[in-house]
Each structure stands twice: as C-alpha cells, then as structure tokens.
Design a protein around this ligand. Structure first.
Ligand SMILES: NC(=O)C1=CN([C@@H]2O[C@H](COP(=O)(O)OP(=O)(O)OC[C@H]3O[C@@H](n4cnc5c(N)ncnc54)[C@H](O)[C@@H]3O)[C@@H](O)[C@H]2O)C=CC1
Ligand SMILES: O=C(O)[C@@H]1CCC=N1
Length: 280
C-alpha cells in the first residue's frame, strides 16, 4: 500500500529525522515520495535532503494535492498554527498524522474541517533504527483503510500498538520519553566505569550490550522482569548487594516517578492548549 503513497513532514527536527530514517531503511517507499518542510532553518532541510534523498521544501512549495499523509512533527505549541495553515489546502480524504505530545485527536479535529481524517501517534527516536515502540490512536472518523496505511508506515519504524486515547499520556511517559530514562541509566553506569579507569568507548559497549541482552531476554523468553532479575541474583552475592542499594536509594520509585511525571506533563500540555481559540 505504501509504495505508491506520498507523505509530507511538517517539522524537520529529531523526531522527523528518526521517522524518515526508519522509512528509508525499510525500503517500503522511494525517498522521492517523501517531502519535508520546516518553519525555519533551510540548512536543516538541506541536511535531510542530502542524507536521505527526500524532497526538502518550504511549506508554500509543497504539492498539497499529491500528499496522502501529512505528518505533524513540530513542537506541541506550534500545532494550532500548523493545523490552521493547512486546513483549507487539504481534502477530507487526506490523513493528518500527529506525533505531538499532548495534542489530542479532538484538538486536531477542532482545528481542521469536519470529517478530516486524523490519527494521533506516539513514536520514539528509536524509529531511526526501526526499533520504536509506537502507539496509534485513531481519530473518530478515520477509515480502517487509513489506519492500516498509518500502521504500515509506522511498522517501518518498529513495533506498533493500537491503543485508546485515554492511555496515551501513560504511553508517552513509558515509551515516547522512555529512551531518555534508559540513556540516563547508561550515562550513570558509564560514569562509574570512567571513575574506575575504563575507557569511555569500551565501557559504553559493555553497558549497551548488557541493556540490549536484558531487553532481548524479556522480549524473547516471555518471562517477567522480576523473575529474570531473581535469576541474576545469587543469595548474598553481588547482585543482591546492588539491588539492595537500588532499594536503599529509592531507585524503583525514581523510575516510577519519571514515567508519571512525563505522563502528567503530556496531560498538562493538552490542558494548556485546550483553551486555544479556534480561528474561523
Ligand atoms: N524527540 C522525541 O523523542 C519525540 C518527540 N515527539 C514529538 O515530536 C515533536 C517534535 O519533536 P522534536 O523533533 O524533538 O523537536 P525539534 O525541536 O527537534 O523539531 C521541531 C521542528 O519543527 C519545526 N517547526 C516548528 N513549527 C513549525 C511549523 N508550523 N511548520 C513546520 N515546521 C515547524 C522547527 O523548525 C523544528 O525543526 C514534538 O511535538 C514532540 O512532542 C514525539 C515522540 C518522541
Ligand atoms: O519530550 C517530549 O516532550 C517529547 C515527547 C516524547 C519524547 N519527547
């Protein structure tokens, strides 16, 4: 289905690049069927054009009639301006897909024409290497065919989970923001390595392989993390001592709070933007 479709990114930041990289690597659609636009920073557009072979343009140069799927990839506070700027240039059958944290399908619908096809998704930057965990929320009026098309596109970037919109804030806390917590963990493990005389590049490989192996065990063994953890933990051994320190320093609660705070921020962004006036 994707091979003869045309997609256009509005916003050329890190998330747009991660998604472009995933799609190009999957070879499901030619690069010349991908357009990317930006509000400012022409150099950034040229960079994406030369790296991935996509068409980089200003929004006014975009061939709107040819585009099947528009992907909103600017900051959430730019959503209203972006939606209103395309509202009267698009047909109802063209799909508007948003990756913006906190931007609800209702918000999108309110700033577009009635019955516009909208889909809200939450990928993460691992789309870059086709390993995202991406959520999809279908707008009220979107057709099954369009949801399938969006799913096919997002599967180029990793695994796709169809969810209800009331689960999106927590999903954002877990998976949209999630990579950052794992990077933070790795940063701090690296720090200990460096303090103990390890060369940065080497200790980074060791930590990443350890994290990768643990994630792969969960995915491939179908076993709960708590049970896998027990298998690492010998009585009175090194792991028991390490886990005791995690408990003593409230490591579990720190992780839980990170997810909850991110989820709350997603909710808060929706609330902050809820009061935005719809310009006629
Ligand atoms: N970075 C991440 O890990 C993830 C980000 N997101 C969402 O993706 C969106 C973008 O995030 P990043 O790529 O990290 O931000 P970014 O700041 O790297 O990129 C945003 C880009 O949008 C452009 N822009 C702003 N207003 C625009 C407009 N009206 N039309 C076209 N382009 C416009 C900016 O020039 C900039 O290049 C955010 O809404 C965020 O919530 C979602 C999932 C993960
Ligand atoms: O930090 C943010 O707001 C975005 C959304 C999820 C990941 N990055």
């Amino acid at each position: 289905m994707l091979e003869n479709k045309t997609i256009a990114f509005l916003g050329a930041g890190s998330m747009a690049e991660s998604m472009i990289s995933g799609v190009i690597t999957a070879e499901k659609m030619p690069a010349n069927q991908i357009y990317v636009t930006n509000k400012s920073n022409a150099n950034r557009l040229l960079e994406l054009q030369s790296k991935y072979g996509v068409n980089a343009l200003t929004q006014s140069e975009l061939p709107f009639e040819k585009v099947d799927l528009f992907i909103l990839a600017m900051k959430p506070k730019g959503a209203e301006e972006a939606l209103l700027s395309i509202k009267d240039k698009i047909r109802p059958d063209q799909v508007i897909l948003s990756v913006l944290a906190g931007i609800t399908t209702q918000f999108m619908q309110d700033h577009l024409n009635k019955d516009q096809q909208v889909v809200r998704v939450m990928p993460n930057t691992s789309s870059m290497i086709q390993e995202s965990a991406t959520a999809v929320v279908a707008g009220e009026t979107v057709t099954m065919g369009h949801v399938k098309l969006v799913t096919e596109l997002l599967e180029c970037m990793g695994k796709v989970f169809i969810i209800e919109e009331d689960q999106m804030d927590v999903f954002t806390g877990l998976a949209g923001s999630g990579p950052a917590y794992f990077y933070y963990l790795m940063e701090n493990m690296e720090r200990v390595g460096a303090e103990n005389g390890w060369e940065e590049a080497k200790v980074r490989q060791i930590i990443a392989q350890t994290m990768y192996g643990a994630a792969k065990m969960v995915l491939e063994q179908g076993e709960a993390p708590a049970s896998l953890r027990e298998k690492v933990t010998s009585p009175n051994g090194t792991t028991a001592s390490g886990v005791e320190a995690l408990i003593k320093y409230n490591g579990g609660e720190a992780i839980a709070q990170a997810v909850l705070h991110a989820a709350n921020r997603s909710k808060e962004i929706s609330k902050e933007l809820e009061g935005t006036i719809v310009t006629p």
